[in-house]
Structures are given as structure tokens and as C-alpha cells.
Ligand binder design. Structure first.
Ligand code: C5P
Length: 229
């Protein structure tokens, strides 16, 4: 299975002036944790890291330190996540029939989650890891007035990995460019093209490190895992 890791974002919501994935988490950069888990998954055989060229020296240092046995390629990202994944799809080896896409910022995903997504992708063309939402979700307008309360039993929080047939996902991304769609995950492009996307059970600990609080929670979870072993 080929894996693309979008890692070309900034650290704006983290309050950082550099790529948040380079911030330290228990002694190594956030991205190193993501790469370690991905590389430990049995099904992953190739990893493409999508980043901004300004970060490539740091990415190379991380890769040297991790000394991974699987091939890794650096790919130039774009100005949005959607553009970054588009570039990643162009850089995939031509013999890749399917692909998993996993945000670099989800550094707590376990190798088992990658393997379960890879296995499920043998039986469908599109899937995402997801978990049922715990909060009641409100739809709110620009005046901060609640417009709707969707039935919680139908609501799932989207995570990554997300997995797709490569030719279909390429088509969806091309359609997205042609139609000017702006989306925050790849499943949304599949959905807009009326293609089915399945949910695979995600992990409650598979959080996306976005703000400083997430970093503290991630540190706590990693420490608890170490104690567990
Ligand atoms: O900003 P956020 O954490 O939602 O971004 C999700 C993932 O997409 C992150 O891993 C980030 O590095 C990546 N990204 C990207 N290219 C961008 C913006 C975000 O690869 N232009």
C-alpha cells in the first residue's frame, strides 16, 4: 500500500511561526511520531511526504534519525491541503492502484489503524477512519444564532487515514479543480462526485494536533502508552 502524508501546512492555529509538525513532542518532532507509526504498519510499503521546500532539510534530518527501511519520497506541497494532496497524487508511482492519505498532524494513529484501513480498501473504492461524535453539534449562522441541531446518531467525526482507488481519486481531484470546489478532506471530493465512501472504525486517541492543548493531550497519551508497555 502506498501512503501519502500531507505535511505542508503552517503553525498558525498552534501559535507557531513554523510548520507545527516540526515542533517537539516527547523528544522528537510531531512528524517523526506519524512516520514511525506509518512505517511500522505491515501493509505500508512506500511513503510520500508532502511538504513545503523550506522544511525539506528538517524532514531529511527526521528521516535520517528514524532510519526507516521503507522507501520515502519528498513531494512539494501546495497552498491548501487539497492542493498538497493533488500534488501527491501526481507524484505517486504509476503502479499504485490504491492509496492511503494520512495527515502528518495525526501523530497518534496506530500501525493497526493503517493496516485495518489498507485491508478494508481491498473491498471498496473509498473509505475514511471515523468515530461517532460525543458532543451535540449545532449549525450556527454568522450572528452566532443556532440554525439546526442535527441528529447526533448520524454524525461521525472524520479522521485520517482515508483510502481510495487512485484513478477515481485523481478524477475527483480534477473535477474539484474544474468546479472550484474547496474541501478539507479527500472524502468530500468523492462525495461530491456521488461516489460511496465507507467508514472504518477510527481511534478516539487519533487526534489532529492543531492547538497547544492538543500537544499537551498528545504528550499525555504517548506517556500513558509507554507506561502500558
Ligand atoms: O491545518 P490542518 O492541521 O487541518 O491540516 C491537516 C494536514 O494537512 C496537516 O498535516 C498539514 O500539514 C497538511 N497541509 C498540507 N498542505 C497545506 C495545508 C495543510 O499538506 N497547504
Amino acid at each position: 500500500m502506498h501512503l501519502l502524508i500531507p505535511a505542508a501546512g503552517s503553525g498558525k492555529r498552534m501559535g507557531s511561526d513554523r510548520n507545527k509538525l516540526l515542533l517537539p513532542l516527547l523528544g522528537q518532532p510531531i512528524l517523526a511520531w506519524t512516520l514511525q507509526a506509518a512505517a511500522a504498519a505491515q501493509t505500508i510499503e512506500w511513503i510520500g511526504i508532502i511538504g513545503q521546500p523550506i522544511d525539506f532539510d528538517d524532514f531529511t534530518t527526521i528521516l535520517t534519525d528514524l532510519n526507516l527501511t521503507k522507501p520515502v519520497q519528498l513531494i512539494q506541497g501546495g497552498s491548501t491541503r487539497q492542493e498538497s494532496v493533488y500534488n501527491g497524487l501526481q507524484a505517486l508511482p504509476t503502479d499504485a492502484p490504491t492509496v492511503l492519505i494520512h495527515d502528518g498532524a495525526r501523530c497518534l494513529a496506530t500501525p493497526d489503524l493503517f493496516d485495518r484501513c489498507a485491508a478494508a480498501l481491498q473491498t471498496c473504492d473509498g473509505l475514511i477512519a471515523g468515530i461517532p461524535v460525543k458532543d451535540t453539534i449545532k449549525v450556527v449562522d454568522s450572528e452566532l444564532l443556532i440554525q439546526d441541531t442535527p441528529d447526533r446518531s448520524n454524525l461521525w467525526a472524520a479522521q485520517t487515514p482515508q483510502g481510495f482507488s487512485v484513478p477515481l481519486l485523481r478524477k475527483c481531484h480534477d473535477e474539484g479543480v474544474a468546479q472550484g470546489w474547496e474541501v478539507t478532506d479527500d472524502a468530500a471530493l468523492f462525495e461530491r462526485c456521488n461516489l460511496p465512501v465507507k467508514i472504518v472504525a477510527g481511534e478516539e486517541t487519533n487526534l489532529k494536533v492543531t492547538t497547544p492543548v492538543d500537544l499537551a493531550i498528545a504528550e499525555f497519551i504517548l506517556k500513558s502508552r509507554n507506561l502500558g508497555h
